[in-house]
Structure formats: C-alpha cells, structure tokens
Ligand binder design. Structure first.
Ligand SMILES: Nc1nc2c(ncn2[C@@H]2O[C@H](COP(=O)(O)OP(=O)(O)O)[C@@H](O)[C@H]2O)c(=O)[nH]1
Ligand SMILES: [Mg+2]
Length: 637
C-alpha cells in the first residue's frame, strides 16, 4: 500500500511522516538546507512480515506542483495535512482538488501542530475542515489531531493507517503491469535501476517489459518492493527494478513508463469527460492550451470541447489533443493545468483512446459518449462497445489494461455474446448478420439461377463488407454446421438451390471428362468429338460449371476446376506470374497462358501490374478443404 501526503507548504507533512515512521523523507541536500520539500521523498513503515506501508512525501510549495502530481499519481490513499495554526490554505484546497480529480477516494486528514494552539481552536478547525471536505464530496473522512513535536495523536493515526484496506489486490491479477517511473539511478555492479509506483498488474524477476521513451524491451534482473528485495511486485507498491537492456541511466527519465508490452499505437488524441471540483475556479474555453499530467508524465496539448453547451447532468465531453504521446488506459485520470497560469483547471477521465475520425460532434455519438461517461468499469465499457457492433478483444483488453485472465473473467460475465477468435459481438447482432448472409445468398440465387453459388470472400463483400472477414467466415462456418447453407467445392449456396446432373448428363460427363486430361477444352471441339449438338454441349458444360466440376477461363473454354486449383498453386507457390513463365512451365501456347492469367485477374486471385499478375488473395482456389474460397466469376459462364 502507498499513502501520499498532501497539503500546504510548512504544514508539517514531512515532520508527520518522520514521527510516524522514524524516517526523514527529505533526502536532497538542498531540501535539508532550506528545510523545505522540493521533490518527492519516501519513508517506509514495516507493519508485519507481509505488510509494509510506503509513504510518498510531496512538496507543498506551489512552485513544485509538478512534483506533487508525480507523488500522488497512482496512489490509493492520501494523508491530507492541515496545520492547526494556519488552517485551510491555497495549496490545501489545490491538493484536495487534485486528490478528488484523481479519484483518490480514501483520504485521511491530519490537523498538525496541535501544540501551537489551544483546544478551542483545535475543535473550531476540526468543524471547519469537516464542513469544507464534506462540501468537496469526499464522504466519510477520518480526522486526527496531531503534533509531531509532542507526539499527540501519532500513535492513533499510525494504527488507523495500518488498518486501511489494500484496494488494489484484485487489480494485480486481472490487469497488465504498468509502472510510472519517477526516479532513475546507476547502481555500481548492477547497472540501471528505476523506481516508481506500480499502477496495475504484477511483475516478476525475469519478466520482459516495454520501456517507453527509450523504446525498447528490457528484462527485469532484480526487484525491490516497498524497499525490500522480492521476486514479485504488484499494483499498489513502490517498486525498484534493476533493468537489463541496451541502455544507460541517461536514456530514461521521470515520466517514462514500464508496460507489459509494446503499445501497438501511440496515443495523442483521446476523448475525455472533463471533471471539475467546486473549490477550483474553472475558466477553460475551447482549444484551451493545457498541460496534462498522468502518473509521472506530463505533456502539453489542447482541450477541444465537443459540444457548445454542457450536456444535462453537467457532463463536459472533450477531446484532448496532446503534443506528445501518453500511455493511457480507459478510466485513467489526467490533471489539466492551464499552460499560462500553471493553475489546475480540471481533471479529465479517459473515455476512449480512439476518437472517431468523423462525427464526434454528432448527437448520436455524443449520446453514446455521455452514456460512457455515466458508467465506469470493464463491464459497462464492453457493453457499450458491443452496442456499436463487433469488438476486437485484443484492442479492448489493451485499452483497459486487462490481462488474459481479466479478459476471460469479464467475457464469462456476458452470456449473450458470441466470441469468435479475437472478436466479440452480441448474439442478437450475430443472428441478424447470419440472416443477412442467408438473404444475400437467396438474392444471388434469384439473380443468377444458373450459378451454383458464390465463394465465401465474395459473399463477405456482398453481405457484410464492413464486418471483419474472420467474423463473417465464422458466421459461414456456423451456418454450414447448421446445414443452413451448403458448400460445394467452395461454392456456397442454400440447400434448396440444388442442381444435380440427370442420369443422361452423368453418362455424358463420363465421356466428356477424359478429354480434359491433357488440355482445356472448347465447347465446340467437345461437341464435334462426341457428336453432340453444340448448343446442347454448351448448356451441359454451363451446368457442370455451376456444379463446380469445370471452370471457364474464357467463354466456352473450360478446365476441370481442380486443374484451375493446380494452376493457381503454380502462380502462388512458384511465381508463374507472367505469361512467359507460365507458358514455359506448362509448355502451352502464349495465348492460353494469357487467358489463364487474365482469368485469375478477373477472379480477384491476382492483380495485373504491367506484365505481371501479382497475388491479391492467395487464399482463393485452395479448394482442397471444404470451405475453400472462390473469387469473383463475373463475365464467365
Ligand atoms: N510546533 C510544531 N512545529 C511543527 C510540527 N510539525 C512540523 N513543525 C515545524 O513546521 C515546519 C515545517 O514542517 P515540515 O514538516 O517541513 O512541513 P511541510 O512543508 O508540510 O513538509 C518545520 O519547522 C517543523 O519543525 C508540530 O507538530 N509542532
Ligand atoms: Mg515537506
């Protein structure tokens, strides 16, 4: 557990920590000389074998507000310090606002320097502070009257802090590891050591992590948590990591992050809910130049308001456009400072890492975003995304920093959701999409009654072009399994759309098939050779084509469909992608080689570029297995 101090300068934060722990958190020579906290400091309180409380001491002086923000980033508890003689001062208000905006809900208030005032003043201040904090909406806040000099209240306060529950334990098992680096050292014999607050997940010796800034993979050689050597550290602890990589101390700075893995994209635009507190004077405007603080990191940027008037319930939706990437997850809290005055203007809760390119100010989207603002947690986030359509689970899990176990547990709570590979979608929507596939197939059959059906890639494009292919293919598999559709050599059709050869046609097929052994056949040649009227042969071959037995490379010139698959293999695997190569390989005429390649172009298997026919959809014409794909067959019958 980590507890950060907060409060106005000189109100006795550092002295209180020293009284509680016996450790002076001020470590810089300049701090000792000036008697004032400048940077964050640390003190540890061992409670028992398992439990050590880490204290982060922050500076109260307004000049060092950035350091204060680093200190309170990612902590669960705060100890707000107010001196009995001074009472509530500007940084008392500012720090309390920050804790509120960062959602540090569990706070304890210490009224310090009680030895300097009389009992009446202590009680009056207690009442004043009670009213003030209640107005801020902190709820039940335990309050202690203390003196670091006389020792008054120190024992009681210490016992209270020791008994505080650790709220991050579950998070350690369901989230990915994230640590905000606030200090970097070079340790002789060990190399680079970084320290920081672990926001989520857990880390073990030997783990590989992604180091932002230096942009490289690093290995954890050694670990300390709460100032003790450990094999494993987790969320809610102060962690020191000895890192192995191609790096020097100067490659790392405060504000860099250690992440479970390399982010797939860099985030510099986010949608947020702007949050305010009654105590802070807010005067932000559209495109307000701001400084955004998150963890130990900060970046400049602008606040773009998404609507003219505030939505009901005082929800303010905005886009934060950052000048440098930040490493954010949904529901993370940012503190926004005015770039000019440096004062806090607001907090921002991350609603989405992916602002849509268009339509983000349209009411449909704003209504959706507002709904998102009204709820939090993984379940609501997934539910709202499912409302919009399919969800790529890997992206979703990253945005919420869920690990595999966390994602699995979450998905298990959704009984009405279909999971297919990386995608999730509401079963109801999946059902609609499957019905759409069946409708499109029926339409195809109506429009092209002499075609056996369509290949699955084409069916995807016709029925649900905006849905990922993998998801549509999964629908098709499902429908095949339910016998709602039939697969004939890769051609998909409805069961009732069945065309079979008559007995006479089957007999004719026995005589026709051997002619294909050496070469493709023209309709007329087969008609002559077998003494069948040419029109009858043409009709017969078209029917055989619909059944998937033969395929025309040009009108009236057929290959066996399995021969086409072999030709496709030559192009796919042996690079016979120009007419000369194919001609030489097969020892055929140049004209036929061109016909074949042009057929492949039309099918969508290849794409012509100059003399070459480059592979476009390598999966086509793999008809060995039952759900093989077929390309477009336009223009040939
Ligand atoms: N009389 C009295 N003085 C205190 C007490 N706690 C702190 N001080 C003094 O107040 C000054 C500021 O204390 P410090 O802990 O540095 O305040 P911080 O800026 O909030 O960390 C120092 O001179 C302390 O000696 C206390 O309980 N009683
Ligand atoms: Mg101090």
């Amino acid at each position: 557990m980590i507890i950060a101090t907060a409060g106005h300068v000189d109100h006795g934060k550092s002295a209180l920590l020293q009284a509680l722990t016996g450790i002076d958190p001020m470590h810089l020579p300049e701090e000792k000389r000036r008697g004032m906290t400048i940077d964050i400091g640390f003190a540890f309180l061992p409670v028992n074998e398992e439990k050590i409380i880490a204290f982060v001491d922050v500076p109260g002086h307004e000049k060092f507000l950035s350091n204060m923000l680093v200190g309170v980033g990612g902590v669960q508890h705060a100890l707000l310090v107010i001196a009995c003689d001074d009472g509530i001062m500007p940084q008392t208000r500012e720090h309390a606002a920050i804790l509120k905006l960062l959602r540090v809900e569990q706070i304890t208030i210490a009224l310090t320097k009680a030895d300097r005032v009389d009992l009446a003043r202590q009680q009056a201040l207690r009442q004043e502070v009670q009213n003030w904090q209640a107005a801020l909406g902190f709820g039940q806040v335990p309050m202690f009257i203390t003196s670091a000099h006389s020792g008054m209240g120190i024992h009681e306060l210490r016992q209270h802090l020791i008994a505080l529950p650790d709220t991050l334990a579950e998070n350690a098992h369901t989230r990915r590891f994230r640590l905000a680096i606030d200090r970097v050292f070079h340790v002789r014999g060990s190399g680079v050591v970084v320290t920081g607050t672990a926001l989520s997940g857990q880390v073990n010796i030997g783990d590989m992590l992604w180091l932002t800034g230096a942009e490289q993979q690093v290995r954890v050689r050694d670990l300390h948590a709460q100032n003790q050597p450990v094999k494993k550290a987790q969320a809610g602890q102060r962690v020191a990591l000895n890192l192995v990589g191609r790096l020097e101390k100067q490659d790392i700075t405060r504000g860099d992050w250690l992440l479970s893995e390399k982010p797939t994209e860099s985030i510099s635009r986010i949608l947020v809910q702007v949050e305010t507190v009654p105590d802070v004077h807010i005067a932000f405007r559209h495109w307000h130049a701001v400084h955004a603080h998150h963890g130990a990191q900060h970046a400049s940027g602008h606040l773009a308001l998404l609507q003219e008037k505030r939505l009901s319930g005082d929800i303010i939706l905005a886009e934060v456009v950052l000048d440098a990437p930040m490493y954010l997850a949904e529901d993370d809290r940012l503190i926004l400072r005015d770039s000019g005055t440096q004062r806090i203007v607001a907090g921002a809760r991350v609603l989405s890492l992916h602002p849509p390119r268009r339509g983000k100010r349209q009411s449909v989207f704003l209504d959706w975003l507002k709904e998102k603002a009204l709820h939090d947690g993984d379940q609501a986030s997934l539910r709202l995304l499912l409302q919009q359509g399919h969800v790529a689970l890997s992206d979703f899990a990253w945005a919420r920093q869920l690990n595999e176990a966390g994602l699995r547990a979450l998905c298990a709570m959704f009984s009405d959701v279909l999971i297919s590979g990386d995608f999730a979608m509401a079963k109801e929507r999946a059902q609609q999409q499957r019905e759409r596939i069946l409708e499109i197939l029926a339409m195809v059959h109506r429009q092209m009654p002499d075609q056996i059906g369509v290949g699955r890639a084409r069916l995807h494009r016709m029925a649900l072009p905006a849905v990922p292919e993998a998801l549509v293919f999964a629908h098709i598999e499902y429908l095949l399994g339910e016998s709602k559709i039939v697969n004939n050599n890769g051609w998909l059709h409805l069961p009732e759309h069945n065309i079979a050869l008559t007995e006479a046609e089957q007999a004719l097929w026995q005589r026709v098939e051997p002619f294909f052994a050496k070469a493709p056949c023209w309709t007329r040649d087969l008609a002559v050779a077998l003494s069948v009227p040419e029109e009858d042969m043409r009709a017969f071959l078209r029917k055989a084509a619909r059944l998937g037995e033969v395929t025309a490379v040009v009108r009236d010139r057929y290959y066996l469909t399995k021969q086409i698959a072999e030709l496709a293999t030559l192009v796919r695997d042996h690079g016979c992608d120009h007419a000369g190569a194919l001609r030489d390989r097969l020892n055929i005429g140049r004209k036929l080689a061109i016909q074949i390649l042009e057929f492949f172009d039309r099918s969508g298997f290849t794409r012509r570029q100059g003399d070459k026919h480059l592979l476009r959809d390598a999966e086509l014409f793999k008809i060995a297995n039952t759900t093989a794909a077929h390309g477009d067959d336009d223009g040939i019958s």
